[in-house]
Every structure is written in C-alpha cells, then in structure tokens.
Unconditional design. Structure first.
Length: 414
C-alpha cells in the first residue's frame, strides 16, 4: 500500500485572512475617527452628575518599587513652622532619588490592585460588580481630559484597550518629551515640588506625634531630608460621570489625620500638596487662577480630595507662605476677574462626558491584545482615535489570569 501523502497547497493558494471572519476587526483597523474640539463656549450649560468617589482599595510602593496592598507608605500632613524655620526647597537636591521614568510601568499596579480587591471580597458577585466600569484609568489622564477645553495647546496621547467590556486607558509618552534635555534649573525647580511634600509630611498621624515626645524628632529630621519619588501611596476610587462609570488610580500626597473606615468618606481626609511662585501682580494672579487652579481643582475633584495646600516660594526656592484651598470653593474663587476668561467646571465636565461617550462608542473590538491610540496634537482641532492592532499591548497576562505580584512589570497579554 502506498502511504497517503499530505496535500500540498498550490502556490496560488494563500493563507486564510483572519480578518475575513472578523469583519468588525478589519473595519476597526482601517478607520480613523475624529472628535472635533469646539470652542469652550459650546460645552457651557448644566453639567452631568458626578458621583461622590468611593475608595475601593489603597496600596503602597516602597523605595525599591515593590508593591504592597496596605498603607505602609501613607504620609500625614504636619505643617512646618514658617516663623522659626527657613523652608529651603533646595536642601538635599544632590541626594535626590528619582524614579526611572524610562522604564514603562503602564497601569500594572492599578490592575494588580483591582485583582487584589476582588480576592479580598467574600461575595464574588458583588466584587465583580464593584470592579466593573466603563473606563479604567489613571487620575492624571482624566485630569488632562477635563482641562483640554482650556488647555488648547497641551498635546497628549493615550492607549486604550477594551477587555471584558471595560475600556482600559494608559498614557503614551510623547516622543518629543525628553527629560534629558531639561536644563539644570528646570530639574531643580521640579525637585522643589517633591521637597515641599517631604517637609510637610510625617510617617505617623499628628496626634501620635504630639502625644509621644520621642516621635517629634521626625519633625526636625524632615527639614534636612531629600525627596524620593520611588515611594508612593495610591488609592483606587470608583465614580460616575453622566452615564459612564469610572475607576481611577491616583497617587495621594498625604492624609490630614486618621483615615476613615467608611469607603465613601475615606478621601475626605486626603490632601494634595503643591508649590507655586509667589504672586506679586494682578497679571500673575490671573495666570495662577486660569492655569494652576484649574489643574489643582481637576486633580482633587476627580477623586474627592477636599483640600489643596500650596507653598508659595520665591525664585530662590524659599517658601514664603502656605495657603490652603478648598477644592469645592476654587471655581467660585476664579470668577473674581471682571471681563477676563478663566474657566468653568461645567465646561470641563460636559466636555469630558461627551468625549468618554465617544470613546466608548468607537472602541469596539473586545480583546486584550487589540490596542487603540487616542491623541490630541497640533493643530489641536480634533481628537483622533484609531486601532493599532497588537503593536502596543499593555494589559498584563497575570491580570487576565487573576493573579498579582509585588514587582511591577511582567508578561503582557497574549
């Protein structure tokens, strides 16, 4: 008997086109969709409801960039005295420990935190419902979206993936953003912000510092400490803007005192710490209100942080005054300029609501290995969305499998 041989495919035959059986995927790859950015006046009017953010879980990243699902790196606000102490933001610059931003960390810690949250819940049905959202992303991305109507020349680019009917969004570093090209002066001024956080925070709650004299040594030691951006304390909150449910991860600078047990009230004691140049003229005041306070408000409002504390410093990096801003009062404060356009929170929220709905409508392929690009670039007239197939996969394989690890990084989804 002559053995059967495998039939060879004639040279005229080709490999089957995988898109032939997935026409929706083929169509998505070919399309570029644009969201026209109108004048900010087009987004005025009553804004959609923004639900009070609820904290799901918090986690810490230590000096070795290891992740721990606890509060070990949470700091507490303890204001330094301006009368008896010179608050010099230059101190410790030569010892500055800065996170290596060339290493892409994607949204790994946020994904791990959601997996950890699910494993802690006794009721799997409720846990699955809690971690389901239309949009899952970083607070920083939502801040850029909210500010876009008034920040018409600030370019940004995101990556997005729809998986299990949730859209995950991370930031794509722009190619023209080169940290190495920053001048030494720019690097020093960037350090000032981190240094201000260092001298305003302690590792124990204020009542513990005050009741135990041995703990007060930390109040003096921090004045000579340098900053370390490897260390972070982060929270994951869930909220809703209009019809879009949103889960956000956000770094928190410090807590005012003991953290409440109620998940809805937990953000109520958090504080954002900022620095800015001392204001000496009306023009500088207008610029501060129009640009700085917009970002201060957006960052804090999104995750329910009620207070922003700003250290006003001179050109030599010496803090001259410290001012507290209440997040919900900032929009009223910026309306004080007659015949001058500042910004309106309704415009920000209306724009964000429309953009998120557009993103949800146009990201159609439900696959952990299919990525979309969303960008806002020169000439800043529209936001584009297009499929990049599997070239920029960022979800982790362990997230797909329901696992976590202490190290950031690892195998991407496949």
């Amino acid at each position: 008997m002559i053995p059967l041989q495998k039939r060879r495919r004639p040279s005229s035959e080709t490999e089957p086109d995988p898109d032939k059986y997935q026409p929706h995927l083929k169509k998505a790859k070919q399309q570029t969709t644009a969201f026209r950015l109108g004048n900010w006046q087009e987004y005025e009017g009553s804004c959609p409801v923004y639900k009070q953010p609820k904290e799901l879980i918090s986690y810490s990243i230590d000096h070795d960039r290891k992740v721990w699902f606890d509060n070990r790196e949470m700091k507490y606000y303890y204001p330094p005295g301006l009368k008896n102490e010179k608050l010099d933001l230059n101190v410790g610059y030569e010892r500055f420990l800065q996170r290596d931003e060339s290493i892409l960390e994607h949204i790994d810690t946020l994904l791990d935190a959601l997996t950890e949250y699910k494993t802690r819940q006794s009721n799997n049905t409720i846990a699955e419902s809690e971690v389901h959202a239309d949009i899952i992303t970083w607070r920083g991305i939502m801040t850029k979206i909210l500010c876009t109507p008034y920040s018409r020349k600030d370019a940004w680019e995101f990556r997005a993936t729809r998986y299990n009917d949730k859209i995950f969004i991370e930031e794509q570093s722009l190619k023209d953003k080169d940290v190495d090209s920053e001048s030494e002066r720019q690097k020093l001024m960037s350090y000032w912000g981190y240094r201000f956080e260092t001298i305003c925070t302690v590792s124990k709650a204020p009542h513990e510092i005050n009741s135990h004299p041995e703990n007060r040594k930390e109040l003096v030691d921090r004045l000579n400490q340098s900053a370390n951006t490897n260390v972070q304390y982060c929270v994951v909150v869930k909220t809703k803007l209009g019809d879009s449910t949103i889960i956000m991860g956000a770094e928190v600078d410090c807590c005012r005192d003991t953290k409440p047990n109620d998940p809805v009230r937990q953000p109520s004691n958090y504080i954002e710490l900022k620095t800015s140049r001392v204001i000496e003229t009306e023009r500088q005041q207008l610029s501060f209100d129009r640009y700085k306070l917009l970002k201060f408000w957006a960052q804090s409002f999104l995750v329910g942080v009620p207070r922003v504390i700003c250290g006003f410093r001179d050109d030599e990096g010496i803090v001259k005054s410290i001012t507290e801003f209440k997040t919900m009062e900032i929009p009223r404060q910026v309306r004080r300029h007659e015949n001058q356009t500042t910004w309106n929170p309704s415009v920000c929220l209306n724009f964000a609501n429309q953009l998120l709905q557009w993103i949800r409508t146009n990201i159609t392929v439900n696959s952990a290995t299919t990525t979309y690009a969303i960008d806002f670039k020169y000439p800043f007239r529209e936001i584009r969305l297009y499929c990049t197939d599997d070239s920029n996969v960022f979800l982790t394989q362990r997230f797909i499998r329901g696992r976590v690890q202490h190290e950031i990084g690892g195998e991407r989804a496949h």
